[in-house]
Ligand binder design. Structure first.
Ligand code: DMJ
Length: 932
C-alpha cells in the first residue's frame, strides 16, 4: 500500500483498509468546514446557509418539476418551448445528441440527487417510474462515454442509495436490486464496444444492435477521446463488485492499461484523441479539460474506490507532468505531448473547472485556490463561465450549458479550507442562475454569455451535479440523511459507496510498479501543507493565495505566451512571433525561410503561407515555424472574430415575459448600430406584405413600432427601407426556412445590398424561424407584445419580476405563451489541431491572416463563409464531434442568386491543400520519430 497521498500532505498515514486509508488521505485536506474565521471573509450564519440551501431545493424543484411535467419520459427538457427533447423529432445537434438514448436520461441522472436533497418520497417514486418506463433496448446509437457516466452511473448511484435507505428501515422496503439489474443489462449492452484489438471502446454503440452489424449504423469510427476511453472504471468496477460479474471491471482496466502504455514517455502526457485500433495519438495536444479531463479524475478516484496502488502511481506520474507543463498558475494551458514546453493553444475550456476540485482530493490546495480564483473572476465578468476563454480572459466561445464543474470545485475547496469565501462564491452562482438562466419552464442554457441570450436546452448533468454540489456546499452534516463521506462522486456526481473496495475483489491487480516513474519527493512539490495544522494557525491561508490574483482578469496577463518566450532558449534571440511579422521586412522573410515557411503569392493578390518542416534549417527552426504557423492561425481566428459583428438580443418585455427570456438575434451590417446607441424599445407589428419587399400597405399599423418581416424575395436593405418609410422604428426579419433554429444554426448576419446603406437609420435584427414564431405566437395570445432590441439583455425590471414570480403551476399554464427561444452561435474557427495543418492564406499588405480558414481563403470584400471541410475533433463534453460545425459563424446576403452574394471561394483545390498538410504532417512525424 502506497503512502503517497499521506506523504503528500505531510502527515504519516497509519495502516488501514485500502478505502479508509484513501478516505483518510483525502480527508487530510478535506478538513471539516467548521473552523472559526476571525479574519478574512465573514463567516456565514447558520440561518443564511439554511436559506441558501432552501433556495437550492426550490430551484431543483423548478427544474425537476418542469422536466417531469412537460418532458418526461423524454430524455431532456427543452425549457424555452416547454417540451421534451426526443431524438429524431428535433433537428439534430450533432454529437451532443449522442447522450440521448430514449431512456429518460434526466430522470435516471437525477435519482441520487433526490436522496442527497432529502427528497426520499420523490426518489421512491422516481425509482418506480424508471423500473416501469425505461427501455434500454432502443434502436438508437448512443455515446458509450455519456451512457456510462450518466445512465449506468445514474442507475448505480440510485441503487447505492436505495440499499442504504432500505437498510435504514424506513424507505424503499420493497426494493430488490431492480436498478442494479437494469445497470447490469446496460453494462452488457456496452460490452461489444470493447471489441477492438486495443481494448479501447468504440465511441458509440447501438443499444439494440451493438456494433458493426449493418443495422447498428455505427462501429466504423477509428478514433475516440482519451476521456471517452478512460472514464469507465468507477462505474464498471462498481457494477462488477455489486454483481460479482468481473468482466466489466476487467474491460475498463484493460482500456486504462492501454492508455497508460500509450502515454508519451518523455512527457508522461496523453493526447486528446487516440486511434482505437492502432493506439496512435490522433490529436497530440494535451490539457486537463475537454477530451482528457475525467481520465485523470478516474485514475485518482479509482485508487480511492478500489485501493489499487497502480492507479495512484499512474495518477501521480501524470500529475507531475501536468504541474510541470500544463499548470501555469493560475492558468491551465494545453501543450503538445512531444513538445510539452510548447503551448498548443491560447485559450482554456470550461471543463477544466473541475480540476481544482481534483487537486483538493489529491491534497494540492495552493494551485487549486489559484485556478479557482481565476475562474471565479471570469465568471464575475460574464455571469457564467464561457465554454472557452482566452489567456487574457476574453470570451472565445460564448455558450454556457449550465455546467457544474465550477460549483464542484467550489464545494471541494470549501470542504478543504472552511473559508466562508467559498460560500459567498456559491451564493453568487445561485443568484446568477436565478437571474439569468431561470425561465418559466426550468433553467435554460446560455447561448451567449455576452448577450444573456438562451438556448432551448437543459442538460441532464445540471440536475445530476449542479444541485448536488450547491446543496452540499450549504448543508451541515445533519441536513443530509446519510454520511456523504462514505461515498465517492463519479464524474457525473453519482455516488458509489467506498465499501466496494473490499467487496468481490477477484480482479487480479496487475503489478506494473517497475514501469512507473520513480516517485521521488519532487512529485509532491505541489502538495498542500497539512490543513489540520495549517488552518487553525493561519486562517488567512486561502485568502493570502487568492489576494495577488484578485485583479488577474482585469489586468489580463497572458502568462502562457510569456512562458513560451521565456522557456524557449535562454540567451538566444527570441523566435519571430506572428503578431510582429511584417511581410515587407526582409529579415522576417529570411527567418520564415529558415523555419521552412514559404510564401505563395496567389493570383488574387493574397499570400498563402505553407510550412514544410523538412525544409527548415534545423529541427529547432522547424519547431519555431510550427509555432509561428499556429500563432498565425490563432491571430487570424481572433481577427476574423473581431471583424464579425457580435450577436444582438431581442428581449420580450411585456406581460407575462417581463424580460425573463432573451433571444439572440443576428445583426445587420447596416442601419442603427445597437452597440453604439441606446436600445430600441417598442411594440411589434407585422408588415404587409409580410416579406416587406414593396411599399407597405399598412403603414398605420407599423408606425412607431418594430416591424416584423419575413425573410426572402428581396434584399434585407430593401425591406429595411420599406418599413422605415412606413414609420417603423426598427425591424425584425424572421427566417422563412421553417424549423430553422438557433439550436442548430450558426449566427446569421444580414449584409447590405452592396450599395450605400447610410440612408437606413433604424436597427434591424434577424431571428431564426423557431425564435420568430415565439414572437408571432405571443402576438396571437396577447396581441400587444413589446420588445427591446439591444446588444445585450437588460436587467429585468425587479418590480415586474415580483409581480410575476414564477411558480411551476403558473408556468405550465402560461407555457404556450412563454415559449421563448434564442439564437446565436459563437464563432471561432481555427482550432488547436492546426499544429499539423500548416497552410494559410493572407493579405500581403500586413500579412495579418484575417482571411484564413486553414484550407481556403476569401477575398477581402466577401463575407466570411463556412469552411466546408469538417474536422473530426473533440467537443467540450469530452465527446468526439464536428467542432467546425459547432463553432462556425455564418454571414450571408439575402438570396443565393443575388449577384452580391459572394460565398467564400476556394483559391486552392482542397486536394492540393490536404496534400500539403499531409506532407507537413509526415515531416513533423518523422522529426518526432527521429527524436524518440
Ligand atoms: C458531465 O457530464 C460530466 O461531468 C463529464 O465528465 C463532463 N462534464 C459534464 C458536465 O459539464
Amino acid at each position: 500500500m502506497s503512502e503517497a497521498g499521506g506523504r503528500g500532505c505531510g502527515s504519516p498515514v497509519p495502516q488501514r483498509a485500502p478505502w479508509s486509508l484513501v478516505a483518510a488521505t483525502a480527508a487530510i485536506c478535506l478538513v471539516s468546514a467548521t473552523s472559526v474565521w476571525t479574519v478574512g471573509a465573514e463567516p456565514m450564519s447558520r440561518e443564511e446557509k439554511q436559506k441558501l440551501g432552501n433556495q437550492v431545493l426550490e430551484m431543483f424543484d423548478h427544474a425537476y418539476g418542469n422536466y417531469m411535467e412537460h418532458a418526461y419520459p423524454a430524455d431532456e427538457l427543452m425549457p424555452l418551448t416547454c417540451r421534451g427533447r426526443v431524438r429524431g423529432q428535433e433537428p439534430s445537434r450533432g454529437d451532443v445528441d449522442d447522450a440521448l438514448g430514449k431512456f429518460s436520461l434526466t430522470l435516471i441522472d437525477s435519482l441520487d440527487t433526490l436522496v442527497v436533497l432529502n427528497k426520499t418520497k420523490e426518489f421512491e417514486d422516481a425509482v418506480r417510474k424508471v423500473l416501469r418506463d425505461v427501455n434500454l433496448d432502443n434502436d438508437v446509437v448512443v455515446s458509450v462515454f455519456e451512457t456510462n457516466i450518466r445512465v449506468l452511473g445514474g442507475l448505480l448511484g440510485g441503487h447505492s442509495l436505495a440499499i442504504m435507505l432500505k437498510e435504514k428501515g424506513e424507505h424503499m422496503q420493497w426494493y430488490n436490486d431492480e436498478l442494479l439489474q437494469m445497470a447490469k443489462q446496460l453494462g452488457y449492452k456496452l460490452l461489444p464496444a470493447f471489441n477492438t484489438t486495443s481494448g479501447l471502446p468504440y465511441p458509440r454503440i447501438n443499444l439494440k444492435f451493438g456494433i458493426r452489424k449493418p443495422e447498428a449504423r455505427t462501429g466504423t469510427e477509428t478514433d475516440t477521446c482519451t476521456a471517452c476511453a478512460g472514464t469507465l472504471i468507477l462505474e464498471f468496477a462498481a457494477l462488477s463488485r455489486f454483481t460479482g460479474a468481473t468482466i466489466f471491471e476487467e474491460y475498463a482496466r484493460k482500456a486504462l492499461d492501454f492508455l497508460w502504455e500509450k502515454r508519451q514517455r518523455s512527457s508522461n502526457l496523453v493526447g486528446v484523441t487516440i486511434n482505437i485500433h492502432t493506439g496512435d495519438w490522433v490529436r497530440k495536444d494535451s490539457g486537463v479539460g475537454a477530451g482528457i479531463d475525467s481520465y485523470y479524475e478516474y485514475l485518482l478516484k479509482a485508487y480511492v474506490l478500489l485501493g489499487d496502488d497502480s492507479f495512484l502511481e499512474r495518477f501521480n506520474t501524470h500529475y507531475d507532468a501536468i504541474m510541470r507543463y500544463i499548470s501555469q498558475p493560475p492558468l491551465l494551458l494545453d501543450v503538445h505531448i512531444h513538445k510539452p514546453m510548447l503551448n498548443a493553444r491560447t485559450w482554456m475550456d470550461a471543463l477544466l473547472a473541475f480540476f481544482p476540485g481534483l487537486q483538493v482530493l489529491k491534497g494540492d490546495i495552493r494551485p487549486a485556490i489559484e485556478t479557482h480564483e481565476m475562474l471565479y473572476q471570469v465568471i464575475k465578468k460574464h455571469n457564467f463561465l464561457p465554454e472557452a476563454f482566452t489567456t487574457d480572459f476574453r470570451v472565445h466561445w460564448a455558450q454556457h450549458p449550465l455546467r457544474p464543474e465550477f460549483a464542484e470545485s467550489t464545494y471541494f475547496l470549501y470542504k478543504a479550507t472552511g473559508d466562508p469565501y467559498y460560500l459567498e462564491v456559491g451564493k453568487t452562482l445561485i443568484e446568477n442562475l436565478n437571474k439569468y438562466a431561470r425561465v418559466p419552464c426550468g433553467f435554460a442554457a446560455m447561448k451567449d454569455v455576452r448577450t444573456g441570450s438562451h438556448e432551448d436546452r437543459m442538460d441532464s448533468f445540471f440536475l445530476a451535479e449542479m444541485f448536488k454540489y450547491l446543496y452540499l456546499l450549504f448543508a451541515d452534516k445533519e441536513d443530509i440523511i446519510f454520511d456523504i463521506e462514505d461515498y465517492i462522486f463519479t464524474t457525473e456526481a453519482h455516488l458509489l459507496p467506498l465499501w466496494l473496495s473490499t467487496t468481490n475483489q477477484s480482479i487480479s491487480k496487475k503489478n506494473t510498479t517497475s514501469e512507473y516513474t520513480e516517485l521521488d519527493d519532487s512529485n509532491f512539490d505541489w502538495t498542500c501543507p497539512n490543513t489540520q495544522i495549517l488552518f487553525p494557525n493561519d486562517p488567512l491561508y486561502a485568502q493570502s493565495i487568492r489576494e495577488p490574483l484578485k485583479n488577474v482578469v482585469d489586468k489580463s496577463c497572458p502568462r502562457g505566451i510569456i512562458r513560451v518566450e521565456e522557456s524557449f532558449r535562454s540567451g538566444a534571440k527570441p523566435p519571430l512571433r506572428a503578431r510582429d511579422f511584417m511581410a515587407t521586412n526582409p529579415e522576417h522573410l529570411e527567418i520564415l525561410k529558415k523555419m521552412g515557411v514559404s510564401l505563395i503569392h496567389l493570383k488574387d493578390g493574397r499570400v498563402q503561407l505553407v510550412q514544410h518542416a523538412i525544409q527548415a534549417a534545423s529541427s529547432i527552426d522547424a519547431e519555431d515555424g510550427l509555432r509561428f504557423m499556429q500563432e498565425m492561425i490563432e491571430l487570424s481566428s481572433q481577427q476574423q472574430k473581431e471583424q464579425q459583428l457580435p450577436p444582438r438580443a431581442v428581449q420580450i418585455v411585456s406581460h407575462p415575459f417581463f424580460g425573463r427570456v432573451v433571444l439572440t438575434a443576428g445583426p445587420a451590417q447596416f442601419g442603427l448600430d445597437l452597440s453604439k446607441h441606446k436600445e430600441t424599445r417598442g411594440f411589434v407589428a407585422s408588415s404587409k406584405p409580410y416579406n416587406g419587399c414593396s411599399e407597405l400597405t399598412n403603414p398605420e399599423a407599423v408606425m412607431g413600432k418594430i416591424a416584423l418581416i419575413q425573410r426572402g424575395q428581396c434584399m434585407f436593405a430593401e425591406k429595411a427601407r420599406n418599413i422605415q418609410n412606413a414609420g417603423a422604428i426598427g425591424g425584425i426579419v424572421i427566417d422563412d426556412n421553417e424549423g430553422s433554429s438557433s439550436d442548430t444554426a450558426p449566427l446569421f448576419q444580414m449584409a447590405g445590398d452592396g450599395k450605400d446603406t447610410d440612408d437606413i437609420k433604424i436597427p434591424m435584427l434577424f431571428l431564426f424561424s423557431k425564435e420568430g414564431s415565439i414572437i408571432l405566437d405571443a402576438i396571437r395570445e396577447y396581441e400587444e407584445v413589446e420588445v427591446l432590441l439591444s446588444d445585450k439583455a437588460k436587467d429585468r425590471d425587479p418590480e415586474m419580476e415580483n409581480e410575476e414570480q414564477p411558480s411551476s403551476e403558473n408556468d405550465s399554464q402560461n407555457q404556450s405563451a412563454e415559449q421563448i427561444s434564442s439564437s446565436s452561435q459563437e464563432v471561432d474557427l481555427v482550432d488547436q489541431e492546426s499544429s499539423e495543418e500548416n497552410s494559410l492564406n493572407s493579405h500581403p499588405e500586413s500579412l495579418s491572416p484575417a482571411d484564413m480558414d486553414n484550407a481556403a481563403s476569401i477575398s477581402p470584400s466577401e463575407q466570411t463563409s463556412n469552411p466546408t471541410e469538417n474536422h473530426e475533433t473533440t467537443n467540450l463534453n469530452g465527446e468526439c464531434t464536428d467542432l467546425d460545425n459547432q463553432l462556425q459563424e455564418q454571414s450571408e446576403t439575402e438570396e443565393d442568386s443575388n449577384p452580391n452574394v459572394s460565398w467564400g471561394k476556394k483559391v486552392q483545390p482542397i486536394d492540393s491543400i490536404l496534400a500539403d498538410w499531409n506532407e507537413d504532417i509526415e515531416a513533423f512525424e518523422m522529426m518526432e520519430k527521429d527524436e524518440l
